[in-house]
Design a protein around this ligand. Structure first.
Ligand code: ADP
Length: 169
């Protein structure tokens, strides 16, 4: 029984994330999506809202569960009984940071390995940040995320706008 965790901000879930989750759920016995409660970022959605959005979007996968976590991904992996951390790679720009994180995590926890999933070509450009940016200016979001997620993004942006000091994801 191999469990993998898929940690990230997921603010909110996109088709890119869901594609990685679908492929991971076929490759591993159990996948635990971990929504990072990260106070350094300024998320559009609270961690509880992000868990709800991701749970709804992944309810078709019986071996996928969604939870929030704080702190180190390797600790989250240990707590989840996972030996694998999944990360998605979109472009060369992701690679340097992701490699450094994977190597750091291996120093911290030699029993946990990082597995990179190359993005599907149709989602290579897609990030939560890009989706929120397009939403802010009223663009069509239908290629970026399921309808329920789009509705939540539009509602939230109309009510409060996106956070100004948001970092790239
Ligand atoms: P983080 O803040 O940890 O980068 P994100 O929510 O942006 O969290 O992304 C979570 C994970 O999903 C990361 O490994 C990221 O590389 C991956 N990811 C994001 N968008 C895509 C995409 N379009 N295709 C494949 N992987 C993606």
């Amino acid at each position: 029984m191999v469990t993998a965790v898929y940690p990230g901000s997921f603010d909110p879930a996109t088709f890119g994330h869901l594609d990685v989750i679908a492929r991971a759920s076929a490759a591993f016995d159990r996948v635990v999506v971990g929504i990072l409660n990260n106070s350094a970022k300024c998320p559009l959605f609270s961690v509880e809202e992000r868990v709800k959005i991701m749970s709804d979007a992944t309810k078709g996968f019986p071996n996928v569960s969604v939870t929030s976590f704080s702190g180190l991904s390797v600790n989250f992996a240990h707590e989840s009984g996972a030996k694998v951390i999944i990360r998605g790679l979109r472009a060369v720009t992701d690679f340097e940071y992701e490699l450094q994180m994977a190597q750091t995590n291996r120093v911290l926890a030699p029993d946990v390995d990082t597995v990179f999933m190359a993005t599907s070509l149709e989602y290579a450009y897609l990030s939560s940040t890009i989706m929120k940016e397009v939403a802010l200016y009223g663009g069509d979001l239908s290629n970026f995320a399921p309808k329920e997620v789009i509705d939540a993004v539009v509602r939230k942006i109309l009510s409060r706008g996106v956070c100004n000091n948001e970092q790239q994801d």
